[in-house]
Design a protein around this ligand. Sequence first.
Ligand SMILES: [Zn+2]
Length: 138
Amino acid sequence: MAKSKYSMHYCAYCHKETKMEVVGGPNADGQPGGTDAKMWYRCTRCKHSALLDRDTSQRKAVDEKLDRGAATEYSATKVFSVGQTIYHSEWDDLGRVVAKIKTSSGVQAIAVSFEKHGDRKLIENLATEPLHEHPTQP
Ligand SMILES: [Zn+2]
């Protein structure tokens, strides 16, 4: 395979690996930092564009289908690591952690690429105690 601006990626519209054309870097996402490893790709079959992980590592040969059995169920109180597969029970969706985010308020979050819901940001490592106390009046 010669160097080209085409590469094989899983297309959520075609539901299979397709040849995709590199369109460019991310600029739709206004968040500074965190998503630099992503690029816009356009499927040559259905012409849909998708923001996908750039081919930075050759370690992973194929972006394999996410495995429900190997996924960790998402909970805001848990801590996740980049590359981990998670399952969001409310959405019934599998996703992979692509980045760790620290919000300005100090809350930890993860950027997750979901199969059905696409790129989402989720809270992690949330303290179990409530944020605001509600003192009970007698
Ligand atoms: Zn497609």
